[in-house]
Design a protein around this ligand. Structure first.
Ligand SMILES: [Zn+2]
Length: 342
């Protein structure tokens, strides 16, 4: 947001404060006992062994921290609100959302709540039935699949790195027939992602004809991200955003994973530029550069000597390459399942 403001792209008229969701609203999908345990853990800053065992709180993946209830309840509040704001159509961008691992009664993968699920349920409450959920985070959205994998009114497409936690999301999974999982090998390049976009994502969304699209636009499948071994440039993400926003009357774009502050800020600011049709300059103005220069990545090798283009540009150089047989084969299998009309 600071970077978007530094670019002059985010005026007050375009910004809506997210309400912090109350437990009653979150119980649309989450178990009330779990919500109580999560709120209590924030208050006490302790998770008992029982709470740790039962709800996954207080683990390395889902640690106790000062805002462990307020922070996720606020981003979930944004997703619930988005479902209301989009009743009549439009585009909402909530980069703090995209916590796609959360389970109904359990924290999972640093996701204490599952705001993409809540967004889709909120859209349903606004009268929207058919939703396409596209997830280009490096990790498989296991929580969202638990909620909607068997729902024929949700088209679910996930591209994620193979053999990576949570290790769900197999190519063979079909769910209700509208579930598409594409595990991808390390070193995924922009050419491969363009092929996935043009042969799988766009055609299946076109034939599904959704009333709303929810895009989880996690920033962890780029080369600069330390958590995945996928090697996209941010151009891949922006091109998918640009193509999808034309395909349904309602669009919700969420964030997701992303573990290098510079690549996250540059990618998600570029998403905002794409949604608004702003031209991304070759070299950023000084105010925007100072936002990037002010970031820190403590105790990590990537934070020691950041290259200059992490400060001075938004757009990565394209990372093209050959489309490898593994990608081509997986894609062919999924493409064969696209129906003329779902
Ligand atoms: Zn991720």
């Amino acid at each position: 947001m600071d970077l978007s403001r530094g670019m002059g792209w985010l005026g007050p008229a375009q910004y809506v404060q997210s309400p912090r969701a109350k437990a009653a609203a979150l119980s649309l999908w989450h178990d009330p006992d779990y919500l109580g345990a999560l709120a209590l853990a924030e208050q006490t800053q302790i998770a008992s062994p029982e709470v740790k065992e039962r709800y996954g709180l207080g683990t390395t993946a889902n640690p106790v921290f000062p805002e462990m209830w307020r922070r996720p309840a606020t981003s979930a509040g944004a997703s619930l609100l988005a479902g209301e704001l989009l009743a009549q159509g439009g585009i909402v961008y909530s980069p703090a959302g995209g916590t796609h691992h959360g389970m109904p009664a359990r924290a999972n993968g640093f996701c204490y709540l599952n705001d993409p699920v809540l967004a889709i349920l909120s859209l349903r409450r606004s009268g929207v039935r058919r939703v396409a959920y596209i997830d280009i985070d490096a990790h498989h959205p296991d929580g969202v699949e638990v909620a909607f994998g068997a729902d024929p009114d949700v088209l679910m497409i996930s591209t994620h790195e193979e053999n990576r936690w949570p290790r769900t999301g197999a190519l063979e999974d079909v769910g209700a027939g509208t579930l598409f999982n594409l595990p991808l090998p390390a070193g995924l390049n922009d050419t491969e992602m363009a092929e996935i976009r043009d042969r799988l994502i766009l055609p299946s969304v076109a034939s599904f004809a959704p009333e709303a699209i929810v895009l989880q636009c996690g920033a962890d499948a780029v080369t600069e991200d330390p958590l995945s071994r996928l090697t996209l440039s941010n151009n891949s993400h922006w091109q998918i955003v640009a193509a999808l926003m034309e395909m349904a009357p309602r669009n919700l774009v969420l964030g997701g994973g992303g573990y290098n502050p510079w690549s996250v800020g540059r990618l998600w600011t570029g998403v905002w530029a794409t949604l608004n049709g702003h031209l991304i300059p070759e070299v950023l103005p000084p105010v925007a550069q100072s936002v990037l220069r002010g970031l820190e990545f403590q105790n990590h090798r990537l934070g020691r000597n950041p290259p200059d283009h992490w400060f001075s540009t938004l757009r990565d150089s394209p990372r093209n390459g050959e489309v490898r047989p593994k990608v081509r084969d997986g894609l062919a299998r999924l493409c064969a399942r696209i129906q003329p009309e779902f």
